[in-house]
Design a protein around this ligand. Structure first.
Ligand code: XMP
Length: 505
């Protein structure tokens, strides 16, 4: 195991992804984790992530000092390097300017960390406050014009860099990380998806034995892969419950049923609860109220179905690593306030099985493909738990849903045909509940407007509106106004997040 100490921001996650890409297993721990707990993981190496904090801010985060006094190989990045230098007894002097962004790195010692990659490269710098001098035994491995100590090391186990090797803009970033992992720390790159599947199947088999498990299957990537993996382990002792709340996209429910029942022969209970949800949503216009109603009703339907199964001991959930990290954000503060439908309350009397808890999304996708899940499902764009209810603005009715469903289908279809589906974080239609005047065959019409939203994003936290080709927008608009009855106008949303959110509600 490689332990990554997380100093906040998105840096640590990125480092973890790079380490996993090198087929090395790693775990993210809060920077506060005591040395004893770190040691329990028997780390082959420890990486200190950069972080948004400065060493001079109040309550600047600091890890257990024993990290620097043992003989575990350490790579301290950005803020982590300042902390290491300070812990080893040297002063950091406040920098007047932070050097952030690409810079030319000149390598002074092209061995160890910089083995085999030439003397000059572009790196993504992030240095503000700088060491006044180096701790004993350390030497400069590389510098930039502005930053004399851009990379340092003690020739034994301690290394520090003032740039981000995990950043895609850092040339040779992977090689530098790999030199640290394989050359310096002696890790072996043997962590693989296939081995993971075998290991999980065995663990789940041992855990469940001949008891029963259930899973709330949504048709999204995470719950699908989790269900499939558990099914491989325990077969018919797993029952999946698929609640169709009537707020799904065109053909979605049929596809889920086809995939899991017909293709994988899983025990699937599909509940068509659309009437129930729609009647609960009648007259409700407030977005948060809609979310709450849908969340609660979902749990009710799920519990009713689960109760019919008799004694069930385990609940399978598609929790993935970013969910876990978000819920233990080291700097504190909730990142996400979304109520995720399918997120069940914690007081249900089940023991949890979360086979994907340690995986990133791209790893979950690889496992899905390996398990034979159709590509279409594996590469599905995210879809909110409350479904189309947050895309029909205001009151949700069957008529509005049906207009939106058709329009949304066309948006997806055209985007897929243009080969852009995988490149976009999300692309979908919204029914803003506005009617406007139009003309059709010389007759005045007064019907709905459809808004189209397409977003480019890494993680949904921020996003740009996609610069879709005009011809593509044109075919979307032409098809929607001609094929979907009740729509005479199509608009394209050109706001990034922030200030807008991705969804309209
Ligand atoms: P926003 O609209 O907040 O969306 O920019 C960010 C991401 O979260 C999804 N989203 C939701 N997912 N339940 C969910 O499970 C929700 O209530 C919800 N609201 C938004 C949204 O689709 C985007 O990917």
């Amino acid at each position: 195991t490689v332990v990554i100490l997380d100093f906040g921001g998105k840096y640590a996650q990125m480092v973890a992804r790079r380490v996993r890409e090198a087929q090395v297993y790693c775990e993210l721990l809060s920077y506060k984790t005591p040395w004893e707990e770190i040691l329990q993981r028997q780390p082959k190496a420890i990486i200190l992530s950069g972080g948004p904090s400065g060493i001079f801010t109040d309550n600047a985060p600091a890890c257990d000092e024993r990290v620097f006094n043992g003989d575990v190989p350490i790579l301290a990045i950005g803020y982590g390097m300042q902390l290491m230098v300070k812990s080893l007894g040297k002063d950091i002097k406040p920098g007047s300017k932070r050097e952030i962004g690409p810079a030319d790195l000149l390598v002074d010692i092209d061995q160890g960390l910089f083995q085999g990659m030439g003397r000059k490269m572009t790196v993504f710098m992030d240095s503000g406050d700088l060491p006044a001098s180096l701790p004993e035994g350390f030497e400069v491995l590389a510098h930039t014009q502005k930053t004399p100590f851009a990379a340092i090391g003690n020739g034994k186990n301690l290394y520090g860099v003032q740039f981000h090797p995990e950043e895609s803009h850092t040339q040779c970033g992977r090689e530098i990380l790999n030199n640290f992992l394989f050359g310096i720390a002696g890790c072996s790159g043997t962590w693989s998806t296939r081995a993971f599947i075998q290991e999980q199947i065995k663990l789940i088999k041992d855990k469940v034995a001949d008891k029963k498990a259930i899973c709330a299957l949504s048709g999204g990537v995470d719950s699908s892969v989790a269900a499939l993996l558990v099914h491989k382990a325990i077969g018919d002792n797993l029952t999946c419950i698929f609640v169709d709340h009537g707020l799904l996209r065109k053909n979605e429910a049929e596809n889920v049923i086809k995939t899991f029942k017909d293709k994988f022969h899983m025990n699937l209970i599909a509940v068509d609860a659309s009437k129930r949800f729609l009647s609960k949503l009648k007259g409700v216009t407030d977005p948060e109220k809609k979310r709450k109603i849908i969340g609660e009703e979902f749990i009710r339907v799920f519990e009713e179905e689960a109760a019919k199964l008799g004694k069930v001991n385990f609940l399978v959930q598609g929790t993935v690593y970013p969910d876990v990290i978000e819920s233990v954000n080291p700097i504190g503060g909730a990142v996400k306030s979304h109520h995720n439908v399918g997120g069940l309350p914690e007081d249900l009397e089940f023991e949890l099985i979360e086979p994907l808890r340690e995986l990133f999304k791209d790893e979950v996708r690889k496992i899905g493909l390996e398990l034979g899940l159709p590509e279409e499902l594996v590469y599905r764009q995210p879809f909110p738990g409350p479904g189309l209810a947050v895309r029909v603005l205001g009151e949700v009715t069957e008529d509005k849903l049906s207009i939106l469903r058709e329009a949304d289908f066309i948006v997806t279809d055209e985007i897929k045909k243009a080969g852009l589906y995988k490149e976009l974080w999300q692309a979908f239609a919204i029914l803003p509940n506005i009617q406007s005047v139009g003309v059709s065959a010389d007759r005045r019409t007064y019907t709905h407007t459809i808004a189209v939203r397409a977003i480019v994003s890494e993680d949904g936290m921020t996003g740009e509106w996609a610069r879709l080709p005009h011809d593509l927008l044109d075919s979307i608009s032409t098809r929607i106004t001609s094929e979907v009855e009740g729509v005479n106008r199509v608009v394209y949303d050109i706001t990034p997040k922030p200030p807008s959110t991705i969804e309209w509600e």
